[in-house]
Design a protein around this ligand. Sequence first.
Ligand code: TGC
Ligand code: FAD
Length: 395
Amino acid sequence: MAAKTDNFQSPDYFNVDDLLTEEHKLIRESVRNYVKKEISPIVEDYAQRAEFPQHIVKQLGDLGCFGPTVPEQYGGGGLDYISYGIMMQELERGDSGVRSTASVQGSLVMFPIYQYGNEAQRNKYLPKLASGEWLGCFGLTEPDHGSDPAGMLTNFKDNGDDTVTLNGAKMWISNAPFSQVAVVWAKDDAGDIKGIIVERGMLGFTTPTTHSKWSLRASATGELVFDNVKVPKENILPNVKGLKGPLGCLTKARYGIAWGAIGAAMDCYHIALEYSKERVQFGKPIAGFQLQQKKLAEMVTEITKAQLLNWRLGTLMNEGKVTPAQVSMAKRNACEVATNICRDARQMLGGMGITGEYPVMRHMMNLESVITYEGTHDIHLLITGMDVTGINAFK
Ligand code: TGC
Ligand code: FAD
């Protein structure tokens, strides 16, 4: 398939740009240019082949997309949360799988090591993860515990020396097949959930690939299987206990998804607008028909609302005032808006919409994972429901 030219222009109907600093705009330009040059030309082919473009890991590290909010002394960018959000928006504009790689590495692997780890763990792992020398993954979900991770079965037992023995299995793990390190959530002898860093090469640790996905095909997904894996105690994250550990990481990653999904929506809106102005039926461009204008007008309205919500969420994150429920609302809203926009855009392209000539169907299929992982659409609705009523409807 011929390399794709990417002429993306960003919708900004309410001048959200005026709310950004010069540094934010520079970061956006640099990630946007990277996506145009290095991702858009290749990602469709990789998705068609269901192959992870491994070479982008080093590129994303060089670009500063891994752990941008982690302090510079550990290899991070020392940037604010709006910068992080913008990076995720631009990467997902290219492909949700590329954003997934970056958000797992930054929010789900580097963040817990930084936040819950000790100095030795930070120094050992963070610089290599920030640079893209190592890839990491995050193991929370299990075959029988997805939305309800508190019931996890994966566990480790104290061996009475300087090691523990880890048993169990995680599934649906992004980056797993290519990861050097995994941050795994497991129960200790007392039944408390702890984070433990497992390294590739530890005896009994395997990462089988998950095949036959129709979504996130350019992202590698796999299992983490632990069969009596001996792990040094020094790999246990010392500074957190309980489900709030992994859920705290998810708050950061869900924040990135709120921005990212809107990136995919912006791409689909741009493509649908351009296509509809050029495609002539019944003697005029289809953009001139009211039904198509309704779709475009609603797309840009929803994108604008979500852009403003994300910006506000970012300022709350920067001020340390955000609540997990606010992040849930933004993640849920962005996924719904983006899914609807991509489906409408696909229809506007007619038959061309189902081909790989345009990125629309790839975005649409990717978003079926994005609306499911990091908490399903219904789980986030229940989080909002509990927040406003004070009544838990999960159980
Ligand atoms: P619950 O009793 O409500 O909470 C347990 C403790 O955690 C605290 N907490 C949070 N802390 C930080 N951030 C959050 N978002 C938090 N939500 C809750 C809570 O305050 C409590 O603390 P403490 O001190 O009292 O112990 O827990 P629950 O068992 O009732 O579950 C609540 C529920 C259902 C909302 C939660 O389990 C949930 O969010 N489930 C969804 C699971 C999920 O999102 N899995 C994602 C797996 S990772 C993934 O999908 C990566 S995809 C990556 C990619 O490719 O981009
Ligand atoms: P289930 O929990 O079985 O849910 C099935 C349905 O039941 C859903 O519609 C759900 O909303 C609904 N449901 C569940 N509980 C309730 C309730 N109380 N009330 C009403 N409805 C309910 N996990 C990781 O740990 N690390 C990763 O890197 C990772 N990457 C992923 C990558 C991909 C491509 C995918 C698809 C998933 C990934 N996940 C990862 C797992 C993901 O987080 C889970 O799939 C998700 O949390 C849902 O869990 P489940 O699939 O077991 O669905």
